[in-house]
Design a protein around this ligand. Structure first.
Ligand code: E4P
Length: 217
């Protein structure tokens, strides 16, 4: 499963890139607002730091304007993935862009039928929002299981990108269900590394090692 960072914070992206485990980045207008930076400058820098797919979202709601904005965004770098909302105009834009070889991430997916439409439109990634589903009392991970089954039934190449990840449990469940990618806030990615028994084990080994009085090398 690929790991994307769901952020527009450059320091966080640099730090996660240093682990060698980050495969891409997703941004959205809310994350850009939170970062406080200029949208184009921020996305340009992210695409420079991270060679993997970097999602940048169009703001327009109509197809013609989405195409115009996508043109501006895809000129930034080859690894820019155009993010479009799951609407009729969004999917028209998806079809046009992917036919032309541009990567597209279809966002704001909340049903398996929407995911089916995105795959038929040639989407590179579909982003089902699991956390926002949980927030309204629907188990978000069930949507991932449904989409996985449907995509496998028809051999769709669209990658399932689990979005709106809120905790390590979402990551664990995504991997068990065979999601292709998950995108999580840097804080959640950092949580994945830690376990109290790992910390306790290191402390015990260090204490015993010191008692031997030995050195390596
Ligand atoms: C990423 O592509 C999505 O925009 C993001 O995961 C949404 O997360 P949120 O529901 O926490 O805002």
């Amino acid at each position: 499963m690929k790991f994307f960072a769901d952020t527009a914070d450059l320091a966080d992206i640099r730090e996660l890139m240093d682990t060698g485990l980050l495969d891409g980045v997703t941004t959205n207008p809310s994350l850009v607002k939170k970062s406080g930076g200029d949208f184009i400058e921020t996305v340009t820098e992210i695409a420079r730091i991270c060679p993997g797919p970097v999602s940048a979202e169009v703001i327009a709601l109509d197809h013609a304007e989405m195409m115009r904005e996508a043109e501006v965004l895809r000129r930034i770098a080859d690894n820019i993935t155009i993010k479009v909302p799951l609407t009729i105009d969004g999917l028209k834009t998806c079809k046009a862009l992917t036919s032309d070889g541009t990567m597209v991430n279809v966002t704001l997916c909340f049903s398996a039928n929407q995911a089916l439409l995105a795959a038929k439109a040639g989407a590179s990634f579909i982003s089902p929002f699991v956390g926002r589903h949980d927030d309204v009392g629907y188990p978000g991970m069930e949507l991932i299981a449904d989409i996985r089954m449907i995509y496998d039934n028809y051999d769709f190449g669209t990658e399932i990108l689990v979005a709106s990840v809120r905790s390590p449990i979402h990551v664990h469940e995504s991997a068990k269900l065979g999601a292709d990618v998950m995108t999580a806030p840097p804080s959640v990615i950092r949580q994945l590394f830690s376990h109290p028994l790992t910390d306790k084990g290191i402390a015990a080994f260090l204490k015993d090692w010191e008692a031997t009085g030995q050195k390596i090398g």
